[in-house]
Write a protein that binds this ligand. Structure first.
Ligand SMILES: [Fe+2]
Length: 326
């Protein structure tokens, strides 16, 4: 009996260290997951890209802030504003989803626009959330008017709103055509009738010798339908897909939307889900180029989120692009 008791005690003593190690690993995992969630909502990462074009004669810098969705970084967005200021941009671009469609109050976002306008000229194009907000409240955007549309509020705060419109501006002594629209920009051969009303604007927009920069919230055409080969937009800045929300290594390998050689350099990091593309949408951030390397899309992971699928392992991203001559 005594011998049996000693044996049991020995087995129990052997189990304890293993359980302790397992508990420690589990606790570390829980901490890592919690930490990653916190980083994915409150930290800031700045990505730097360089894009060249034969149409450019001088270099300039833009900051793109996509999909803010009403998120704040520091009191009154001071951390975000400082980061943008430190980047010294020539233009600040917000390609959609600055708000959430169910926001009661948009004064924080208007205040952010006012602060950004003190740093550099700000250009905004609509995301689905701005349009859904307006639709829900019975507002519609009328350029230059002081209506209740959320886009008109951003205009009153100092930004230039680009909604199926463009401006020919001068940056560092060269003319650039900057435009924006909400839509897919599906090329003629794929466009269904309901998509066709945006085509006249896009054809008019690209009809210039100047460098063209398009704010287009939705990247689908350029990711999946080779829109960079079919349109003559020199650079497109997009968001919408939030980097695939939940990001893990190897998810990229499961994607059916690898779009070219450039993607294959980084096939491993991929997102869990993206609107229009569903599960495992592939690599959803960075710079994508046309087949001839002449045109680019700069796709941001965005800074905020709606509440459908949480951000995980996906630090809010400020995109800095240095454009320059070839
Ligand atoms: Fe969004």
């Amino acid at each position: 009996m005594q011998k049996e008791a000693v044996q049991k005690q020995t087995v129990q003593k052997k189990k304890h260290p293993i359980l302790r190690v397992l508990a420690a690993i589990l606790a570390a995992l829980v901490l890592c997951v919690a930490f990653s969630f916190i980083l994915s909502y409150h930290a800031l990462h700045t990505s730097y890209y360089s894009v060249t074009s034969e149409k450019l004669s001088a270099s300039f810098r833009v900051v793109s802030l996509a999909d803010i969705h009403g998120s704040t970084f520091g009191k009154e967005n001071k951390r975000l504003i400082k980061r943008v200021k430190d980047a010294s941009p020539d233009l600040i671009l917000l390609p959609g989803d600055l708000i959430n469609k169910y926001d009661e109050d948009t004064s924080d976002e208007e205040a952010l626009v006012r602060e950004l306008c003190k740093i550099a000229p700000v250009y905004i194009s609509a995301g689905n959330h701005e349009l859904e907000y307006d639709r829900e409240h019975g507002f519609s955007y009328d350029p230059g008017s002081e209506g209740d549309s959320v886009l008109a509020r951003f205009e009153a705060a100092g930004a230039s709103v680009l909604e199926k419109s463009y401006q020919d501006i001068e940056v560092k002594g060269q003319r650039i055509r900057i435009g924006g629209f909400y839509g897919y920009g599906i090329p003629d051969e794929y466009a269904e009738s309901w998509m066709r009303d945006e085509l006249p604007f896009l054809k008019d927009f690209q009809d210039t010798e100047d460098f063209t920069m398009l704010l287009c919230h939705m990247p689908y055409t350029f990711l999946v339908l080779k829109g960079l080969d079919r349109w003559d937009f020199d650079t497109v800045l997009s968001g919408h897909v939030h980097g695939g929300q939940v990001r893990f290594p190897f998810f990229g390998l499961l994607s059916k939307y690898q779009t070219g050689k450039e993607d294959m350099k980084f096939p491993y990091w991929g997102g869990l889900w993206a609107p229009d593309q569903g599960r495992f949408p592939g690599r959803l951030s960075g710079v994508y180029t046309s087949a001839d390397g002449e045109r680019t899309m700069v796709l941001s992971r965005g800074l905020g989120n709606t509440d459908r699928i949480p951000r995980f392992n996906n630090i809010p991203e400020i995109v800095v692009v240095d454009y320059g001559p070839k």
